[in-house]
Design a protein around this ligand. Structure first.
Ligand code: PPE
Length: 306
C-alpha cells in the first residue's frame, strides 16, 4: 500500500510509523473493533470532496451502538478529524479508514473497562478489484461459506470480527481463480459479497437484497436513489443464485469497489458477458456525482482544500 505521512490517533496527528499498539490489544485477540471505508475524490472545480462523510460517521457510531462500544469522540469530532487527516496528508483523492477498537488492559473476552481507541488513516487506493474490473466486469463464484445468520454476528455493524467470514470466502474465491465470492445467507438466498452489496437487472427491473444479512452499504443506498431518480424500478427483494444466472446484468457496489459489473457467475455468462447498459449508465452517473459533476447530489459531498 501507499503510505501517507500522518495517522490521526485518539485526537492527535501521529507520524505513520509511530501509530502502533500493544500486542495485547483486545481487538487483536477477539476482533472487537469497528471501522469505516470512505472515499474522497478530486472534483472538477479544483477542490476535493469526501463522499457521504456524515453518513459514514453515523454508521460508525451505529456500529459502536450495536457492539456496545462507547466511543469517546462525537460524530462532529470524527467528521472534523477526517478532513484534518486528509489535509495533513495533502491527499486530494483516496481512501479513508476510521477504526475504533478495544485497546489493552484486561485480557479475556469481556471487554470490561479497556479503553476504546480510534485511528483515522488515509491513503491513495485505485480500483479495488483491479483496473480493468470497472470496464470489463468480473468473474465470481458462489462461496462454500454462508454469510452469517442474523443472530450469529451483527451484519449491520461494520465490525472487524465479521470479516473473518469474508476472509474465508475471499481466499477460497481467489484460490479457485475468481475475482470475488458471491455469498448466500443461511437460507440459501443471495446475501452480499466479501466487501460489496449485490444488484441484478432483469427485464428492466433492478433488484438488490433486502437489509437483512447484509451491511447497509452507503454505495448501495446511493445507487438505489440514483437509479430511482433516473426512472428505473428498484426493488429490495430476496433472490436466488439461479435468478442471478438468468439476469440480464449483475453488479456489485461498495466504497472500495464503487460500481463493478459482473460478467460471469458460477461459469454462466451474465448478459453479453461484459458490463451491461444499466450498470454502465449507473456507473457513469455515480462517478459524476462523487466528482461533483451533478449538482442535484451536492449535499452528498463534503468539500475540502488544503
Ligand atoms: N458489504 C460488506 C461486507 C462490505 O464490507 C462493504 C464495504 C459493503 C457491503 C458496501 O458498503 P459501502 O462501502 O458502504 O457501500 N466494504 C469496505 C471494505 C473493503 C475492504 O476490503 O476493506 C469498503 O468498500 O470500503
Amino acid at each position: 500500500m501507499q503510505k501517507t505521512e500522518f495517522i490521526w490517533f485518539d485526537g492527535k496527528m501521529v507520524p505513520w510509523e509511530q501509530a502502533n499498539v500493544h500486542v495485547l490489544t483486545h481487538a487483536l485477540h477477539y476482533g472487537s473493533a469497528i471501522f469505516e471505508g470512505i472515499r474522497a475524490y478530486k472534483c472538477a472545480d479544483g477542490t476535493s470532496a469526501v463522499f457521504r462523510l456524515e453518513d459514514h460517521t453515523k454508521r460508525l457510531h451505529n456500529s459502536a451502538k450495536i457492539l456496545q462500544m462507547h466511543l469517546p469522540h462525537s460524530e462532529d469530532v470524527i467528521n472534523r478529524a477526517i478532513i484534518e487527516t486528509l489535509q495533513a496528508n495533502k491527499l486530494a483523492e483516496g481512501y479513508i479508514r476510521p477504526l475504533s477498537f478495544v485497546g489493552d488492559g484486561e485480557m479475556g473476552v469481556y471487554p470490561g473497562g479497556n479503553p476504546v481507541r480510534t485511528i483515522i488513516a488515509v491513503w491513495p487506493w485505485g480500483a479495488y478489484l483491479g483496473p480493468e474490473a470497472l470496464e470489463t466486469g468480473i468473474r465470481i463464484k458462489t462461496s462454500s461459506f454462508a454469510r452469517m445468520h442474523v443472530n450469529t454476528l451483527m451484519s449491520k455493524a461494520k465490525a472487524a470480527g465479521n470479516y473473518v467470514n469474508s476472509i474465508l470466502a475471499k481466499i477460497e474465491a481467489k484460490a479457485d481463480g475468481y475475482d470475488e465470492a458471491l455469498m448466500l445467507d443461511v437460507n440459501g438466498f443471495v446475501s452480499e459479497a466479501t466487501g460489496e452489496n449485490v444488484f441484478i437487472v432483469r427485464d428492466g427491473i433492478i433488484k438488490t437484497t433486502p437489509w437483512t444479512s447484509i451491511l447497509g452499504g452507503i454505495t448501495r443506498d446511493s445507487v438505489m436513489k440514483l437509479a430511482a431518480d433516473l426512472g428505473y424500478t428498484v426493488q429490495e427483494q430476496q433472490f436466488t443464485r439461479d435468478e442471478m444466472y438468468i439476469a440480464d446484468e449483475a453488479f456489485f457496489t461498495g466504497t472500495a469497489a464503487e460500481l463493478t459489473p459482473i460478467r460471469e457467475v458460477d461459469g454462466r455468462t451474465i448478459g453479453a458477458g461484459k458490463a451491461g447498459p444499466v450498470a454502465k449508465h449507473l456507473q457513469q452517473e455515480y462517478f459524476k456525482i462523487v466528482k461533483g459533476e451533478n449538482s442535484k447530489y451536492a449535499s452528498w459531498l463534503h468539500h475540502y482544500t488544503f
